[in-house]
Write a protein that binds this ligand. Structure first.
Ligand code: CA
Length: 228
Protein backbone atom coordinates (compact mmCIF):
# COMPACT_ATOMS: atom_id res chain seq x y z
CA UNK A 1 0.00 0.00 0.00
CA UNK A 2 1.20 3.47 -0.87
CA UNK A 3 1.43 5.38 2.42
CA UNK A 4 3.50 8.27 1.19
CA UNK A 5 2.13 11.75 1.67
CA UNK A 6 3.56 14.95 0.30
CA UNK A 7 3.40 18.03 2.53
CA UNK A 8 3.98 21.28 0.68
CA UNK A 9 4.44 23.93 3.33
CA UNK A 10 6.83 26.85 3.69
CA UNK A 11 6.52 27.19 7.47
CA UNK A 12 9.05 24.67 8.82
CA UNK A 13 7.54 24.52 12.29
CA UNK A 14 4.13 23.69 10.93
CA UNK A 15 5.54 21.17 8.48
CA UNK A 16 7.45 19.39 11.25
CA UNK A 17 4.38 19.25 13.44
CA UNK A 18 2.38 17.67 10.60
CA UNK A 19 5.16 15.25 9.81
CA UNK A 20 5.17 14.02 13.42
CA UNK A 21 1.44 13.51 13.61
CA UNK A 22 1.18 11.86 10.22
CA UNK A 23 4.06 9.50 11.02
CA UNK A 24 2.33 8.51 14.24
CA UNK A 25 -0.76 7.76 12.19
CA UNK A 26 1.26 5.34 10.07
CA UNK A 27 1.92 7.50 7.01
CA UNK A 28 5.23 8.31 5.39
CA UNK A 29 5.22 12.06 4.95
CA UNK A 30 7.72 13.92 2.84
CA UNK A 31 8.10 17.65 2.82
CA UNK A 32 8.74 20.31 0.19
CA UNK A 33 9.02 24.03 0.92
CA UNK A 34 9.21 25.59 -2.52
CA UNK A 35 6.30 25.56 -4.97
CA UNK A 36 8.64 25.05 -7.91
CA UNK A 37 9.79 21.68 -6.59
CA UNK A 38 6.34 20.13 -6.42
CA UNK A 39 5.54 19.06 -9.99
CA UNK A 40 8.81 17.25 -10.72
CA UNK A 41 8.54 15.50 -7.35
CA UNK A 42 4.94 14.42 -7.91
CA UNK A 43 5.65 13.17 -11.43
CA UNK A 44 8.52 11.07 -10.18
CA UNK A 45 7.20 9.73 -6.89
CA UNK A 46 3.39 10.01 -7.04
CA UNK A 47 2.33 10.13 -3.38
CA UNK A 48 -0.97 8.74 -2.11
CA UNK A 49 -2.09 12.25 -1.14
CA UNK A 50 -0.85 15.83 -1.20
CA UNK A 51 -1.34 18.48 1.49
CA UNK A 52 -0.88 21.67 -0.44
CA UNK A 53 -0.44 25.09 1.14
CA UNK A 54 -1.88 27.97 -0.87
CA UNK A 55 0.77 30.65 -0.33
CA UNK A 56 4.18 29.34 -1.24
CA UNK A 57 7.47 30.69 -2.51
CA UNK A 58 8.11 29.89 -6.17
CA UNK A 59 4.66 28.90 -7.34
CA UNK A 60 1.33 29.19 -5.56
CA UNK A 61 -0.97 26.35 -4.57
CA UNK A 62 -3.69 27.24 -7.08
CA UNK A 63 -1.34 26.90 -10.06
CA UNK A 64 0.23 23.77 -8.64
CA UNK A 65 -3.18 22.17 -8.11
CA UNK A 66 -4.23 22.96 -11.70
CA UNK A 67 -1.00 21.54 -13.07
CA UNK A 68 -1.29 18.33 -11.09
CA UNK A 69 -4.90 17.87 -12.22
CA UNK A 70 -3.76 18.02 -15.83
CA UNK A 71 -2.10 14.64 -15.41
CA UNK A 72 -3.23 13.07 -12.14
CA UNK A 73 -6.25 12.50 -9.90
CA UNK A 74 -4.07 12.11 -6.80
CA UNK A 75 -6.06 13.37 -3.79
CA UNK A 76 -5.19 16.97 -2.88
CA UNK A 77 -6.07 18.78 0.33
CA UNK A 78 -5.59 22.53 0.03
CA UNK A 79 -4.46 24.42 3.11
CA UNK A 80 -5.37 28.09 3.31
CA UNK A 81 -4.67 30.83 5.82
CA UNK A 82 -8.10 32.43 5.56
CA UNK A 83 -11.51 30.82 5.70
CA UNK A 84 -12.91 33.36 3.18
CA UNK A 85 -10.41 32.02 0.71
CA UNK A 86 -12.19 28.69 0.53
CA UNK A 87 -15.18 30.20 -1.28
CA UNK A 88 -12.93 31.70 -3.91
CA UNK A 89 -11.07 28.41 -4.34
CA UNK A 90 -14.33 26.48 -4.74
CA UNK A 91 -15.30 28.93 -7.47
CA UNK A 92 -12.10 28.16 -9.35
CA UNK A 93 -13.05 24.48 -9.52
CA UNK A 94 -9.50 23.36 -9.01
CA UNK A 95 -10.44 19.79 -8.35
CA UNK A 96 -9.05 19.73 -4.82
CA UNK A 97 -10.59 17.03 -2.62
CA UNK A 98 -10.83 19.01 0.59
CA UNK A 99 -9.89 22.33 2.14
CA UNK A 100 -8.36 22.99 5.55
CA UNK A 101 -8.02 26.40 7.12
CA UNK A 102 -5.14 27.54 9.33
CA UNK A 103 -4.78 27.46 12.25
CA UNK A 104 -5.72 23.80 12.38
CA UNK A 105 -5.18 21.06 14.89
CA UNK A 106 -2.84 18.37 13.57
CA UNK A 107 -5.38 15.78 14.73
CA UNK A 108 -7.97 17.35 12.46
CA UNK A 109 -5.55 17.16 9.56
CA UNK A 110 -4.89 13.48 10.19
CA UNK A 111 -8.65 12.83 10.29
CA UNK A 112 -9.17 14.66 6.99
CA UNK A 113 -6.29 12.82 5.35
CA UNK A 114 -7.82 9.50 6.40
CA UNK A 115 -11.26 10.52 5.15
CA UNK A 116 -10.00 11.66 1.77
CA UNK A 117 -7.91 8.51 1.27
CA UNK A 118 -10.85 6.32 2.22
CA UNK A 119 -13.05 8.12 -0.26
CA UNK A 120 -10.59 7.84 -3.08
CA UNK A 121 -10.24 4.09 -2.51
CA UNK A 122 -14.05 3.79 -2.57
CA UNK A 123 -14.02 5.23 -6.05
CA UNK A 124 -12.66 2.00 -7.37
CA UNK A 125 -15.26 -0.36 -8.82
CA UNK A 126 -17.05 -2.64 -6.39
CA UNK A 127 -15.08 -5.65 -5.33
CA UNK A 128 -15.51 -9.32 -6.09
CA UNK A 129 -17.77 -9.80 -3.05
CA UNK A 130 -20.88 -9.78 -5.25
CA UNK A 131 -22.64 -7.19 -3.10
CA UNK A 132 -24.62 -4.66 -5.12
CA UNK A 133 -22.72 -1.40 -5.51
CA UNK A 134 -23.65 1.53 -3.29
CA UNK A 135 -24.80 3.56 -6.23
CA UNK A 136 -25.51 2.51 -9.79
CA UNK A 137 -26.63 4.95 -12.49
CA UNK A 138 -27.64 4.25 -16.08
CA UNK A 139 -27.92 7.40 -18.10
CA UNK A 140 -29.96 6.05 -21.05
CA UNK A 141 -32.78 4.64 -18.99
CA UNK A 142 -32.40 7.02 -16.01
CA UNK A 143 -32.13 3.90 -13.91
CA UNK A 144 -30.70 4.58 -10.47
CA UNK A 145 -30.19 2.01 -7.73
CA UNK A 146 -28.80 2.35 -4.25
CA UNK A 147 -27.53 -0.86 -2.64
CA UNK A 148 -29.60 -2.60 -5.30
CA UNK A 149 -32.83 -0.74 -4.45
CA UNK A 150 -34.41 1.17 -7.29
CA UNK A 151 -34.84 4.94 -7.01
CA UNK A 152 -37.63 6.60 -8.98
CA UNK A 153 -35.97 9.86 -9.91
CA UNK A 154 -37.00 12.78 -12.06
CA UNK A 155 -34.61 13.79 -14.83
CA UNK A 156 -33.36 16.69 -12.73
CA UNK A 157 -32.81 14.54 -9.66
CA UNK A 158 -30.97 11.97 -11.75
CA UNK A 159 -28.73 14.65 -13.23
CA UNK A 160 -27.99 16.10 -9.81
CA UNK A 161 -27.13 12.73 -8.34
CA UNK A 162 -24.93 11.83 -11.28
CA UNK A 163 -23.12 15.15 -11.18
CA UNK A 164 -22.50 15.11 -7.42
CA UNK A 165 -21.49 11.47 -7.29
CA UNK A 166 -18.96 11.86 -10.09
CA UNK A 167 -16.73 13.63 -7.57
CA UNK A 168 -17.24 12.24 -4.09
CA UNK A 169 -16.39 14.71 -1.38
CA UNK A 170 -16.22 17.67 -3.70
CA UNK A 171 -18.41 20.54 -2.57
CA UNK A 172 -20.53 22.31 -5.16
CA UNK A 173 -22.31 25.58 -4.54
CA UNK A 174 -25.85 26.18 -5.76
CA UNK A 175 -24.71 28.15 -8.79
CA UNK A 176 -22.50 25.35 -9.99
CA UNK A 177 -25.34 22.87 -9.61
CA UNK A 178 -27.77 25.17 -11.38
CA UNK A 179 -25.37 25.71 -14.25
CA UNK A 180 -25.25 21.97 -14.66
CA UNK A 181 -28.99 21.39 -14.42
CA UNK A 182 -30.20 24.47 -16.28
CA UNK A 183 -27.38 25.45 -18.60
CA UNK A 184 -29.56 27.77 -20.69
CA UNK A 185 -31.23 29.91 -18.12
CA UNK A 186 -30.44 31.70 -14.93
CA UNK A 187 -33.99 32.75 -14.01
CA UNK A 188 -34.47 29.80 -11.75
CA UNK A 189 -34.18 30.63 -8.07
CA UNK A 190 -31.22 28.97 -6.42
CA UNK A 191 -33.60 27.59 -3.84
CA UNK A 192 -34.86 25.35 -6.65
CA UNK A 193 -31.74 23.30 -6.15
CA UNK A 194 -32.54 22.97 -2.46
CA UNK A 195 -35.95 21.51 -3.17
CA UNK A 196 -34.60 19.06 -5.76
CA UNK A 197 -31.94 17.95 -3.29
CA UNK A 198 -34.53 17.60 -0.57
CA UNK A 199 -36.65 15.32 -2.76
CA UNK A 200 -33.64 13.35 -3.86
CA UNK A 201 -32.61 12.75 -0.27
CA UNK A 202 -36.12 11.70 0.65
CA UNK A 203 -36.12 9.11 -2.14
CA UNK A 204 -32.71 7.80 -1.13
CA UNK A 205 -33.80 7.54 2.51
CA UNK A 206 -36.94 5.70 1.36
CA UNK A 207 -34.98 3.14 -0.66
CA UNK A 208 -32.09 2.69 1.74
CA UNK A 209 -32.77 4.25 5.15
CA UNK A 210 -29.25 4.00 6.55
CA UNK A 211 -27.53 5.44 3.54
CA UNK A 212 -26.88 9.14 3.69
CA UNK A 213 -24.87 10.14 0.68
CA UNK A 214 -25.82 13.72 -0.07
CA UNK A 215 -24.77 16.23 2.53
CA UNK A 216 -25.32 19.95 2.80
CA UNK A 217 -22.31 22.03 3.65
CA UNK A 218 -23.52 24.95 5.68
CA UNK A 219 -23.29 28.25 3.86
CA UNK A 220 -21.67 26.69 0.79
CA UNK A 221 -23.66 24.00 -0.99
CA UNK A 222 -23.76 20.25 -1.32
CA UNK A 223 -21.54 17.24 -1.67
CA UNK A 224 -21.85 13.54 -2.36
CA UNK A 225 -20.05 11.63 0.32
CA UNK A 226 -20.88 8.04 1.25
CA UNK A 227 -18.45 8.11 4.18
CA UNK A 228 -19.32 11.10 6.33
CA1 CA B 1 2.45 29.43 3.23
Amino acid sequence: MNNSLLIVEDEPKLAKLLINYLRQAGYEPEWLENGLDVLPWVREKMPALILLDLMLPGRDGVDICKDIRSFSEVPIIMVTARVEEIDRLLGLELGADDYICKPFSPREVVARVKAVLRRSSDLKPSGPSGAPPLLHLEEDSLLATIHGHKLDLTVVEFKLLKFLSANPGRIYDRNQLMDHIYPDQRIVSDRTIDSHIKNLRKKIAGASPDTEIIHSVYGVGYKYDPQS
